[in-house]
Design a protein around this ligand. Structure first.
Ligand code: NAI
Ligand code: MG
Length: 789
């Protein structure tokens, strides 16, 4: 027998981590209540059992937070907010630093507690989750320290309502709590009812280090408690991690409330293996991608795409690798796979696997010895899964990946992006050109090259498309918990009913004024689909002419035209800057004409508005090649890039108060960053926009990059908000319109930025221009490039 044979046949003896301390802690807590205003309170409402899914043992019981309990927690957080926010950053940093230290001191205890509650292996909770928790608090102690320097003029938001899932209970707590507290907010957090234990232990640490009462409150409970927190009027921001379905519910629930929202939702992330990949490394990658944490990972590499030439070999090696996987007692340090979180989750996984087999897929399961009790699911993968199969599109959230093969890199990218999600992707190739090309083209917030499931507090994490919006970690994550300096104006009225709606006139009735204004779609002036126009009035109610009345069909045509102009995102920033300069030049040649037209509209400072528009074009042209990403300090042997990527097609709803400058203040940053736009002009002063058509035509802006519509603002806004191919929306209308677009955006979960229905002084560069606009025009993609061994 060779040593190699010996290694393969050798059995592991059990190596359990001691659970004595954690079990004693649990025994002392027959009821897990809430942590409100620095006190541990006995629950008033119903209770749920807290179960160890590896043994089915009931560990303790947890209270499900009631209306009164949620209210008490929010009131406590509100009361604590002013003092906490006013503390010097250094003082908040000391608290965060103390939390990090205490978590570190209790690493073993917290790891065991997490494993008992969730079923994940001790190797994982001890080596990944809990160290990352400590790292998160250290990193954010740093942000607290540097707040005034790094985010000048920014302020905390208020009370943050945070709702987290059960797959990384303590880590998700850290991702939510650390940035919120660093920025000066106070928190009401709800752990998942399946896994409340480590959050409770964390609350005890908060009490121990003397965190001021009310700064962090924990209300336990299920979805109903979560909805109470999200809906509470005392909450200024909602941060949610969980299913896309609940993300949508929350988006609709808080529409129009003025609450800031970040969503970290589901995924169906591609794991792409090219022929030139290091196949052994890629096989190990699969272990970490889909069998890690029992596959209960939002960014799991759950769709394996393999290039045809190596597919049979790769699947063989995967099957071989599965033979060595061990499943069982999560406290045993030699286990690779633990228990899934609950019997219910197990049934859900089994249901999806049965459906896959019914749809014609073949399930390859690890030949593991299954434990006699507990919610265990054998790891595996599926072959014969077609892109249209349910399991190819739906999160299984268990240790089973789907597979597909591809021929060419282009096909790989098409398949990778054939999903409504966009959380993560993993690319395996030894060819650096190819790997980076795919990383750039895949629509996902995080891309790992020759690696998978690596996290760091300094690396922004979050989704594209229906995987949500907002980032956690690093500078981008901090911005989610801060308000930029602003000087809000007056409430904007709802739009007046359109007057003079009539069939398109088709000819001019007064010299110099074009009464036959059309729409501008795909670089061409086009008549409105419905053949209708409406009257634009100016100073003193004088009729200035007729503007085209766009309908839903026109919006769809404009979005389609924008979709075809995707080349714009690929031109160099230098080229985009040149186009913006040229636009400014062409506009300046017609400055007098625009000034006169604005004066006729009755805007207060027409000449200033034109001059400010020109300056703004120069400013964004200058930013086009300067508002860039960063190389982020994460781990050794990694280059971690944070890249600002355009969304694609954006919908822009311009304000009435500055018909030219307001419109251009939205268009310029969006296109400077490489987006294409469908912009809705001021409803009351549409003819200013129609004068821009010629300027755009002569400015080398490719057709379809800027599309302009005139008509009923909120009707067009609603169609844009609902449109699946519109990736982000900016809305400058009334408060009721804000509620409407936020509700309508829940379909494809596009990020919506509104100014809360309040006017602003667009002439003031501090309000109408700046990096805030650029931040909103991009989504951060984090690309991990490990190097060395
Ligand atoms: P879920 O989305 O219902 O639960 C996540 C959290 O949201 C929990 O704390 C829950 O109590 C809370 N919640 C539920 N309904 C709510 C509401 N209306 N308002 C506010 N909070 C609410 O996820 P669930 O049911 O535990 O798992 C179902 C599936 O969701 C999983 O199989 C998986 O596919 C996905 N999921 C994704 C996660 C991720 O990290 N992206 C995490 C957990 C689940
Ligand atoms: Mg549990």
């Amino acid at each position: 027998m060779t040593i190699k044979d010996l290694m393969q046949t050798m059995d592991y003896g059990p190596a359990p981590e001691s659970a004595t301390e954690a079990l004693a802690w649990i025994a002392d807590r027959p009821v897990i209540g809430h942590f409100i205003n620095g006190r541990f309170t006995a629950p008033e409402g119903e209770m749920a059992e807290v179960v160890n899914p590896a043994t089915d043992a009931v560990l303790t019981r947890v209270g499900l937070g009631t209306v009164a309990e949620v209210d008490a927690a929010v009131q406590a957080a509100r009361a604590a907010f002013p003092k906490w926010a006013a503390l010097p950053g250094h003082d908040r940093a000391r608290y965060l630093y103390a939390l990090a230290r205490h978590v570190q001191k209790r690493e073993r205890f917290l790891s065991v507690l997490e494993t008992l509650d969730n079923g994940k292996t001790i190797r994982e909770s001890r080596d990944i989750d809990v160290p990352l928790v400590a790292r998160h608090f250290y990193h954010h102690a740093g942000w607290a320290e540097l707040m005034a320097d790094e985010f000048p003029g920014h302020s905390a938001l208020g009370v943050c309502g945070q709702i987290i899932p059960w797959n990384f209970p303590l880590l998700m707590l850290a991702w939510k709590v650390a940035p919120a507290l660093a920025a000066g907010n106070t928190v009401v957090l709800k752990p998942a009812d399946l896994t409340p234990l480590t959050a409770y232990a964390f609350a005890e640490i908060c009490a121990e280090i003397g965190l001021p009462p009310g700064v962090l409150n924990i209300v336990n409970g299920d979805g109903a408690t979560g909805a109470l927190i999200a809906g509470h009027e005392g909450v200024a921001k909602v941060a949610f991690t969980g299913s896309t379905e609940v993300g949508r519910v929350i988006r609709r629930q808080i529409a129009g409330s003025g609450k800031k929202l970040s969503l970290e939702l589901g995924g169906k992330s591609p794991f792409i293996v090219f022929e030139d990949a290091d196949l052994d490394a890629a096989v190990e990658g699969v272990v970490d991608a889909i069998w890690f944490n029992q596959g209960e990972v939002c960014c799991a590499g759950s769709r394996i795409l393999v290039q045809e030439g190596v597919a049979p070999r790769f699947f063989d090696r995967l099957r071989k690798r599965m033979e060595t996987l061990r499943i069982g007692d999560p406290l045993d340090k030699t286990m690779d796979v633990g228990a899934v979180v609950s019997r219910k989750q197990l049934a859900r996984i089994h249901g999806l696997l049965a459906q896959a087999e019914a749809e014609g897929a073949t399930l390859h399961r690890a030949p593991v010895q299954m434990p006699a009790q507990g919610a265990f699911c054998a790891p595996g993968f599926l072959t014969g899964t077609a892109p249209a199969h349910t399991v190819s599109q739906t999160e299984i959230f268990g240790p089973v990946a789907t597979t597909l093969t591809f021929r060419t890199p282009d096909e790989a990218i098409t398949l990778a992006n054939d999903t409504r999600y966009g959380l993560a992707a993993s690319v395996w190739s030894q060819n650096i050109d190819r790997a980076i090309e795919v990383a750039a083209k895949v629509k996902a917030g995080v891309v790992w090259i020759n690696a998978t499931n690596i996290f760091d507090a300094g690396a922004p994490f979050g989704g594209y498309r229906e995987s949500g919006y907002g980032r956690e970690g690093g500078r981008a994550g901090m911005r989610e918990y801060l308000a930029a300096p602003a000087r809000p104006g007056k409430p904007r009225p709802d739009p007046a009913p359109l007057s003079g709606v009539a069939p398109h006139a088709g000819k001019a009735d007064r010299a110099g004024i074009d009464v036959t204004a059309k729409l501008y779609i795909g670089g061409k002036q086009t008549r409105a689909d419905g053949g209708q126009s409406y009257t634009a009035t100016g100073k003193g109610g004088v009729a200035l002419g007729q503007a085209a009345l766009a309908n839903r069909k026109d919006v769809r045509n404009a979005v389609e035209a924008a979709g075809k102009a995707s080349g714009w995102g690929g031109v160099t920033a230098h080229n985009r800057a040149q186009v913006l300069y040229f636009l400014a030049e062409n506009l300046s040649q017609r400055a007098e004409e625009f000034t006169a037209a604005l004066a006729a509209c009755g805007t207060p400072k027409p000449a200033e508005e034109v001059a400010a528009t020109l300056r703004r074009a120069f400013w964004y042209a200058a930013q086009a090649d300067k508002f860039d990403g960063a190389v982020t300090a994460t781990k050794s042997n990694h280059v971690t890039l944070t890249v600002n990527e355009p969304f694609g097609t954006m919908g822009l709803i311009a304000p009435d108060e500055a018909p030219l400058l307001g419109l251009m203040s939205l268009i310029l940053p969006a296109i400077a960053m490489g987006n294409r736009v469908v912009a809705v002009a001021s409803q009351s002063h549409p003819l200013i926009a129609t004068r821009l058509y010629q300027v755009l035509e002569t400015s080398d802006i490719p057709g379809g990059v800027v599309n302009l519509l005139t008509g009923a603002r909120d009707e067009l806004a609603k169609t844009l908000a609902e449109h699946d191919d519109v990736a982000a929306l900016w809305y400058c209308g009334s408060a009721s319109g804000v509620a409407m677009v936020e509700t309508a955006s829940a379909g494809n979960l596009k990020p919506v930025w509104t100014d809360q229905g309040l006017t602003r002084d667009w002439l003031d560069p501090a309000q109408g221009q700046g990096r805030e606009f650029l931040h909103r025009a991009v989504q951060v993609k984090t690309i991990w490039l490990p190097y060395g061994a």
